[in-house]
Write a protein that binds this ligand. Structure first.
Ligand code: 5GP
Ligand code: ZN
Length: 133
Protein backbone atom coordinates (compact mmCIF):
# COMPACT_ATOMS: atom_id res chain seq x y z
CA UNK A 1 0.00 0.00 0.00
CA UNK A 2 1.23 3.53 -0.80
CA UNK A 3 1.90 5.44 2.41
CA UNK A 4 2.87 9.09 2.73
CA UNK A 5 6.41 9.36 4.03
CA UNK A 6 7.10 11.51 7.04
CA UNK A 7 9.55 14.08 5.75
CA UNK A 8 10.40 17.62 6.73
CA UNK A 9 10.50 20.42 4.17
CA UNK A 10 14.32 20.18 4.33
CA UNK A 11 14.50 16.82 2.53
CA UNK A 12 11.19 17.06 0.66
CA UNK A 13 11.68 16.11 -3.02
CA UNK A 14 9.23 18.71 -4.30
CA UNK A 15 10.93 21.46 -2.26
CA UNK A 16 14.19 20.39 -3.87
CA UNK A 17 12.55 20.58 -7.31
CA UNK A 18 11.06 24.00 -6.48
CA UNK A 19 14.55 25.16 -5.43
CA UNK A 20 16.12 23.87 -8.66
CA UNK A 21 18.12 21.18 -6.85
CA UNK A 22 16.48 18.25 -8.69
CA UNK A 23 16.13 18.33 -12.49
CA UNK A 24 12.65 18.08 -14.03
CA UNK A 25 10.96 18.56 -17.37
CA UNK A 26 9.45 21.91 -16.51
CA UNK A 27 6.17 23.12 -18.06
CA UNK A 28 5.65 26.31 -16.09
CA UNK A 29 7.07 28.30 -13.19
CA UNK A 30 6.35 31.58 -11.48
CA UNK A 31 6.84 33.01 -8.00
CA UNK A 32 4.13 30.79 -6.53
CA UNK A 33 4.37 27.41 -8.23
CA UNK A 34 6.20 25.07 -10.55
CA UNK A 35 4.67 22.56 -12.99
CA UNK A 36 6.61 19.62 -14.39
CA UNK A 37 6.14 16.19 -15.95
CA UNK A 38 5.52 13.32 -13.55
CA UNK A 39 8.48 10.95 -13.52
CA UNK A 40 6.11 7.93 -13.78
CA UNK A 41 3.28 9.20 -15.99
CA UNK A 42 -0.17 7.61 -15.73
CA UNK A 43 -1.33 9.18 -19.01
CA UNK A 44 0.34 10.65 -22.13
CA UNK A 45 0.15 14.04 -20.40
CA UNK A 46 0.81 13.88 -16.66
CA UNK A 47 1.91 17.15 -15.16
CA UNK A 48 2.29 17.97 -11.46
CA UNK A 49 1.42 21.49 -10.35
CA UNK A 50 3.24 22.20 -7.11
CA UNK A 51 3.31 25.25 -4.82
CA UNK A 52 6.83 26.53 -4.19
CA UNK A 53 6.14 26.83 -0.47
CA UNK A 54 6.02 23.59 1.46
CA UNK A 55 2.44 22.59 2.27
CA UNK A 56 2.33 18.94 3.26
CA UNK A 57 -1.16 18.19 1.97
CA UNK A 58 -4.46 19.72 0.92
CA UNK A 59 -5.53 18.97 4.49
CA UNK A 60 -2.98 21.54 5.69
CA UNK A 61 -4.07 24.59 3.69
CA UNK A 62 -5.26 27.61 5.65
CA UNK A 63 -7.41 30.60 4.66
CA UNK A 64 -4.17 32.35 3.66
CA UNK A 65 -3.69 29.75 0.91
CA UNK A 66 -7.04 30.36 -0.82
CA UNK A 67 -5.59 32.70 -3.45
CA UNK A 68 -2.71 30.29 -4.14
CA UNK A 69 -5.16 27.41 -4.60
CA UNK A 70 -7.13 29.47 -7.11
CA UNK A 71 -3.94 30.29 -9.01
CA UNK A 72 -2.97 26.62 -9.12
CA UNK A 73 -6.36 25.49 -10.45
CA UNK A 74 -6.26 28.29 -13.02
CA UNK A 75 -2.77 27.14 -14.05
CA UNK A 76 -4.08 23.61 -14.60
CA UNK A 77 -6.64 25.02 -17.01
CA UNK A 78 -4.03 27.13 -18.82
CA UNK A 79 -1.59 24.22 -19.02
CA UNK A 80 -4.32 21.99 -20.46
CA UNK A 81 -4.76 24.55 -23.24
CA UNK A 82 -1.01 24.84 -23.78
CA UNK A 83 -0.61 21.05 -23.91
CA UNK A 84 -3.53 20.65 -26.35
CA UNK A 85 -5.72 18.53 -24.09
CA UNK A 86 -8.33 21.19 -23.30
CA UNK A 87 -10.75 20.25 -26.08
CA UNK A 88 -10.56 16.49 -25.60
CA UNK A 89 -10.87 16.76 -21.82
CA UNK A 90 -8.64 16.01 -18.89
CA UNK A 91 -8.61 15.34 -15.17
CA UNK A 92 -7.20 17.25 -12.21
CA UNK A 93 -6.79 15.26 -9.02
CA UNK A 94 -5.30 15.69 -5.58
CA UNK A 95 -4.42 12.70 -3.42
CA UNK A 96 -4.76 13.49 0.26
CA UNK A 97 -3.18 11.41 3.01
CA UNK A 98 -2.68 7.69 3.38
CA UNK A 99 -6.01 6.40 2.16
CA UNK A 100 -6.12 9.06 -0.54
CA UNK A 101 -2.96 7.52 -2.02
CA UNK A 102 -0.65 10.48 -1.33
CA UNK A 103 3.00 9.43 -1.44
CA UNK A 104 4.90 12.72 -1.69
CA UNK A 105 4.11 14.86 1.37
CA UNK A 106 4.09 18.18 -0.48
CA UNK A 107 0.76 19.30 -1.95
CA UNK A 108 0.45 18.75 -5.71
CA UNK A 109 -2.28 18.70 -8.35
CA UNK A 110 -2.09 15.96 -10.98
CA UNK A 111 -3.11 17.15 -14.48
CA UNK A 112 -3.82 14.09 -16.63
CA UNK A 113 -4.91 13.80 -20.25
CA UNK A 114 -3.94 12.99 -23.81
CA UNK A 115 -6.00 9.77 -23.93
CA UNK A 116 -9.41 8.66 -22.68
CA UNK A 117 -9.11 8.20 -18.93
CA UNK A 118 -10.86 5.45 -17.02
CA UNK A 119 -14.35 6.35 -15.89
CA UNK A 120 -13.74 5.38 -12.30
CA UNK A 121 -11.81 7.96 -10.35
CA UNK A 122 -10.58 5.36 -7.94
CA UNK A 123 -11.42 2.03 -6.46
CA UNK A 124 -10.90 0.10 -3.29
CA UNK A 125 -11.03 -3.53 -2.37
CA UNK A 126 -12.57 -5.00 0.73
CA UNK A 127 -9.26 -6.79 1.31
CA UNK A 128 -7.43 -3.45 1.36
CA UNK A 129 -9.93 -2.10 3.87
CA UNK A 130 -9.48 -5.14 6.09
CA UNK A 131 -5.68 -4.91 5.87
CA UNK A 132 -5.69 -1.26 6.83
CA UNK A 133 -7.51 -1.91 10.14
P1 5GP B 1 1.05 11.20 -5.05
O1 5GP B 1 0.85 9.71 -5.06
O2 5GP B 1 1.81 11.68 -3.85
O3 5GP B 1 -0.24 11.96 -5.26
O4 5GP B 1 1.90 11.52 -6.35
C1 5GP B 1 3.27 11.76 -6.34
C2 5GP B 1 3.72 11.77 -7.77
O5 5GP B 1 5.00 12.35 -7.82
C3 5GP B 1 3.82 10.37 -8.39
O6 5GP B 1 2.98 10.31 -9.54
C4 5GP B 1 5.29 10.23 -8.71
O7 5GP B 1 5.52 9.54 -9.93
C5 5GP B 1 5.76 11.68 -8.78
N1 5GP B 1 7.16 11.89 -8.39
C6 5GP B 1 7.74 11.46 -7.23
N2 5GP B 1 9.02 11.86 -7.17
C7 5GP B 1 9.25 12.56 -8.31
C8 5GP B 1 10.41 13.23 -8.82
O8 5GP B 1 11.48 13.27 -8.20
N3 5GP B 1 10.28 13.84 -10.02
C9 5GP B 1 9.11 13.84 -10.72
N4 5GP B 1 9.10 14.49 -11.90
N5 5GP B 1 8.00 13.21 -10.27
C10 5GP B 1 8.06 12.59 -9.07
ZN1 ZN C 1 8.14 20.30 0.23
Amino acid sequence: MKRPLKRSAKDCPFCQIANGKLPVSQRFADADMIAFDDIHPHAPIHVLVVPKKHIASLADITPKDKELMGKMIYRCKELAKKLNIADSGYRVTVNVGKWGGQVVPHLHFHLLGGAPLTERLSSYTEAAVLLSK
